[in-house]
Design a binder for this molecule. Structure first.
Ligand code: GSH
Length: 212
């Protein structure tokens, strides 16, 4: 055991990109899945830096919160990180930022309690927000190697893992291509490319089956 600990609920949710990163990086960690009561106690302890999960404890005793920061950190340790230029790193971060934009819109409709508002937000999300953004992600992908590779070239980075996970949410976590990608053939290929990374594939096959 390496001494890393990841704290989250028993769900894929916002922690799954961290778990995918740990898997791809072949770094062992304790996958701590708290129920609501346990979380309330941990939150009260003041341990999570921003009072939210996921967060990790490193072997050196650092506590790091924020799913994107954790994923980038783990990927950097394993070399799944753009090294050619500062611009490549900024492009990877730009993709991550855009994934967060789509995720926020998704979370907004998902947790909306007013049924009429929820339906409206859901419609806008699937008919406009998602396809518009997918088109943009595909354009970025195609800027390198005509889209026949990862976002930053021939090397997997945290941007690929984070984008892949967004798409996998629409496949309910199953190892299949979500229908929301059907009009974006380069993104389908990218999805399959990430899914074919042996350590990522092995984790997806063996991970606990949860609703979200
Ligand atoms: N930007 C943060 C958001 C984290 C977040 O929203 N965490 C939620 C679960 S998905 C949470 O901890 N909720 C429980 C609470 O706030 O008490 C990230 O990406 O890690």
């Amino acid at each position: 055991m390496s001494g890393y600990k990841l704290y989250y609920f028993n769900a894929r949710g916002r922690a799954e990109i961290c778990r995918l990163a740990f898997a791809a990086a072949k770094i062992e960690y304790e996958d701590i899945r708290l129920n609501r009561e346990e979380w309330a106690k941990v939150k009260e302890s003041g341990k999570p830096p921003f009072g939210m999960m996921p967060f990790i404890e490193t072997p050196g005793g650092h506590i790091i919160g924020g799913s994107f920061a954790i994923t980038k950190y783990i990927c950097k340790k394993a070399g799944f990180f753009p090294v050619n230029s500062d611009e490549d790193e900024a492009i990877a971060d730009m993709i991550v930022d855009a994934v967060e934009g789509v995720t926020s819109a998704m979370v907004k409709w998902f947790f909306e309690e007013n049924p009429a508002k929820k339906e409206e937000l859901c419609k806008t999300f699937f008919e406009t927000t998602l396809p518009t953004n997918m088109e943009r992600f595909q354009n970025i992908l195609k800027k390198r190697n005509e889209g026949n590779n990862f976002f930053l070239g021939d090397k997997l980075t945290y941007a690929d893992i984070i984008f892949f996970n967004l798409c996998n949410v629409f496949a309910q976590g199953e190892p299949k291509v979500p229908e929301q990608l059907k009009n974006f053939s380069s993104l389908v290929d990218h999805y399959n490319r990430v899914l074919s990374v042996p350590d990522i594939n092995a984790w997806i096959e063996k991970r606990p089956k949860t609703e979200r």
